[in-house]
Design a binder for this molecule. Structure first.
Ligand SMILES: C[S@@+](CC[C@H](N)C(=O)[O-])C[C@H]1O[C@@H](n2cnc3c(N)ncnc32)[C@H](O)[C@@H]1O
Length: 310
């Protein structure tokens, strides 16, 4: 759930000094899908009404907005109008105070509480705000990741895989028929409950609450792939030691030649720094970096790092 609330918005209040937010510029340049752009604008604005005002102000902003950009703005306005009710239901998530804002509290348990509250409010949006709370959009985004894993040869009937930060179990549900064992762990009991409901009846899915600090429940050399979709940013937020431990732990539980897939590493918006940090951690823990921060998806701007244990 990336947070672009820090991107200052003066659009609705001061149309005379109007500047397009970075996320809108990226969308108009063809670098974002409409749902992703809308999610980023909603985060930026904090409410549906403010987002509507911003889109209107952007469209009214004289000759500097080209025809093709006007069409893009119109598409976003239409998307927001057609999903207004769903977007309104996301407002508590958009406006929620993020752990760390108040300082002090142990950050892993603060994130667990945050995600417990989020999944209780809106399950699809709690794991991927860009779904705009729409289960079909979430399924489509999940399918893109599934296709990527398949193309990369990461799945197979003998593979035992673990997701760190499995959320509502959307990946375990689709990956279970394609692997031997699909494990998922998460710090949020609410997420694990939702995942258990989603994966009920899938005998090779194993879900558990975890400490968020290590992979202690898993034996050495017991897994063929460890992956994390949008959960490393929270480890990153929780401090450097957690990243180091999760690299060391992944190296411990993987078989030789096993794969570590990190889909999004941080939300600091600096992919080059992310790559440098991942390459350093990879070297320290015996991984080779096979894929270094590519963005292979259409619906989602997630970056992929694929590491293989030497
Ligand atoms: C944005 S959600 C993504 C969930 C899931 N990967 C997906 O894409 O559907 C991030 C998840 O990471 C979990 N999480 C955060 N910090 C974690 C940690 N230290 N260990 C395990 N899970 C963590 C959260 O509880 C939340 O369910």
């Amino acid at each position: 759930m990336p947070d672009s609330r820090s991107e200052a918005s003066s659009a609705a209040a001061r149309p005379d000094q109007f500047t397009l937010p970075d996320s809108l510029i990226a969308y108009l340049a063809g670098e974002r899908s409409p749902p992703l752009a809308l999610m980023q604008l909603l985060l930026h604005c904090g409410s549906v009404t403010a987002c509507e005002q911003l889109l209107e102000a952007a469209g009214a902003h004289g000759s500097s907005v080209q025809v093709v950009q006007r069409q893009g703005l119109e598409e976003l306005r239409h998307l927001l109008a057609s999903r207004r009710e769903q977007c309104l239901s996301l407002e508590p998530l958009l406006q929620a105070e993020l752990p760390g804002d108040d300082g002090g509290q142990d950050s892993v348990s603060a994130w667990a509480q945050f995600f417990d509250a989020a999944v209780a409010q809106a399950a699809p949006a709690s794991v991927a705000l860009y779904s705009l709370g729409d289960p079909e959009l979430l399924d489509a985004a999940t399918g893109e990741v599934l296709d990527y894993f398949t193309e990369q040869g990461l799945l197979g009937p003998r593979r035992r895989i673990l997701q760190i930060g499995c959320g509502i179990g959307r990946f375990e549900a689709v990956l279970a028929p394609l692997v031997a064992e699909a494990h998922g762990i998460d710090i949020s009991p609410g997420m694990i409950n939702a995942a258990r409901q989603r994966c009920a009846g899938l005998a090779n899915v194993h879900l558990a609450c975890c400490s968020g600090r290590d992979l202690a429940p898993f034996a050495d050399f017991s897994l063929d792939m460890v992956y994390a979709v949008d959960s490393f940013p929270y480890l990153h937020e929780s401090g450097g030691a957690l990243l180091e431990t999760h690299f060391a732990e992944s190296a411990r539980v993987l078989t030789r030649g096993g794969d570590l897939l990190i889909l999004n590493f941080s939300y600091r918006n600096d992919p080059e720094q992310d790559s440098r940090e991942i390459n350093r951690l990879a070297t320290r823990h015996g991984f080779k970096v096979l894929v270094d921060g590519v963005q292979p998806f259409r619906l989602w701007d997630g970056r992929v790092w694929h590491l293989r244990l030497a």
